[in-house]
Design a protein around this ligand. Sequence first.
Ligand SMILES: NC(=O)c1ccc[n+]([C@@H]2O[C@H](COP(=O)([O-])OP(=O)(O)OC[C@H]3O[C@@H](n4cnc5c(N)ncnc54)[C@H](OP(=O)(O)O)[C@@H]3O)[C@@H](O)[C@H]2O)c1
Length: 340
Amino acid sequence: MENKHKKFIRRSLYLANKGMGEVFPNPMVGCVIVKENEIIGEGYHKKFGGAHAEINAINNVINKNDIEGASVYISLEPCTHFGKTPPCTDKLIEYKPKEVIISNTDPNPLVNGKGIKKLRNNKINVISGVLEKEGKILNKRFFINQEKKRPYIILKWAETSDGFIAKEDGSSKWISCKASRTLVHKWRSEETGILIGVNTANKDNSRLNVRLWEGRDPIRVILDPYNKLEEKTNILNDPSISLIYNNMLNKTQGQKHFIKISPFKLENICYDLYKRGIYSLLVEGGGFTLNKIIEKNLWDEARIFKSQLKFSKGIKAPNIKKNTYEKIGEDKLFKITRNA
Ligand SMILES: NC(=O)c1ccc[n+]([C@@H]2O[C@H](COP(=O)([O-])OP(=O)(O)OC[C@H]3O[C@@H](n4cnc5c(N)ncnc54)[C@H](OP(=O)(O)O)[C@@H]3O)[C@@H](O)[C@H]2O)c1
């Protein structure tokens, strides 16, 4: 049987996950308060700007005196600073639990160990690192944002059984099956941004929005160093926001933002995206763009559909090591996660 600490931290991670899509750029956090092996209160961070998990868990306890001597399980170290809400560490100290068990320390420099230190200074026993890997996976976007000051980057492409992402004439529509394409729309709804290279924007005239799933459209990002994006494209003509990175001009026309980055370096673009609140990016190609990001080591996950089609020649798919796969309709889906 799983030990007690793991069991209740797992519950805190489960609760944290309920905040998915609602709390960013904050991390998802869950909290469980346990007395004599029974959960007496629990809560999670529900909305950005709203109460933190610890406060919701405390509020959930019927008799607040029961918190004295209890064990508090939190998926992330409690905060010590005044943000949109007062520090949770102080609130916990006020209720005198005997111990606090944590999955991850908070990488945010405003916290980063200070919460643990303050609890210990107030004679509360702290254990950290319980199910640490699971906690990091849950908040993978937040950890990359904090540690690397860039969006969490997911590469996505579809390739034929013989490894091509497009034909020689540049046509690539429908390499993957309908079920895979639906899944891609779900993924689009889960990230803040979506990025493509200018050739894909011109050739595919992509809209990059969420149509086969319900949810928010990601913000579109185009890499177009020499302003080759054609006037007729959806990117320039529909009402949605587009960030067009180039090395020539800074200008805003309605919802179209031309952003000059000179020299045109991926690292600088990633930092600029992070500063603009793009905390995660789905990169949907094409080959040149994907290869550049791989070359620069600027990716965290790859999701690759392999279809049963065969092209024999065309634009080669990037070459990264794949192993196990799952079946999505007629396609194989390979998922590669780095540092997990
Ligand atoms: N099967 C799939 O999953 C899939 C997905 C998307 C696209 N596609 C296909 O792929 C084809 C397009 O691929 P592609 O490789 O030709 O083009 P691409 O990656 O869409 O665009 C490449 C262009 O974008 C600019 N660019 C991108 N990253 C850059 C960087 N890091 N630094 C400087 N410039 C950068 C450059 O513009 P400049 O040339 O102006 O310097 C570059 O030539 C299309 O035919 C499309 O249908 C397939």
